[in-house]
Unconditional design. Structure first.
Length: 135
């Protein structure tokens, strides 16, 4: 077991979040998928849970076929205890049509749970997303 918490581990969680934003904006689905566990679960209001890396990858690929995504996140809290950690983040996601058409902006809070793998890397395991349309 690793120490309960360290500034390095908390920074590592923040780095995963930042890498996620960059990879998504670049349309690099494989890089995004490498940041999550095989059994990742994504919870969002008004929709059933999305379970597994494969399901997330398929949904992201379908979305990126017609849309571009730009996101920013302000990590308000990052905590690590052993091989589990979490981040509370205020997130803003802008999607726009790849052909230059309309755009939408959603923002709100997320709670993300991370697990440290046997290789020492932190990966997203659970995510609860409370984004709503921004007016």
């Amino acid at each position: 077991m690793h120490p309960r918490s360290s500034a390095n581990d908390e920074q590592a969680l923040r780095d995963v979040v930042a890498t996620w934003h960059r990879a998504t904006a670049a349309g690099d689905v494989d890089a995004v998928l490498a940041l999550m566990t095989d059994d990742a679960v994504f919870l969002g209001a008004g929709r059933p849970p999305m379970v597994g890396r494969e399901a997330f990858g398929a949904a992201l690929r379908a979305l990126l076929a017609t849309q571009r995504i730009a996101s920013t996140g302000d990590v308000r809290e990052a905590v690590v205890d052993g091989d589990l950690g979490y981040c509370w983040t205020h997130l803003t996601v802008e999607t726009s049509q790849a052909d230059g058409g309309g755009r939408s902006v959603r923002s709100g809070h997320t709670l993300s749970v991370f697990r440290r793998g046997a290789d020492g890397r932190w990966r997203l395991a659970r995510d609860a997303n409370l984004l709503t349309p921004k007016s």
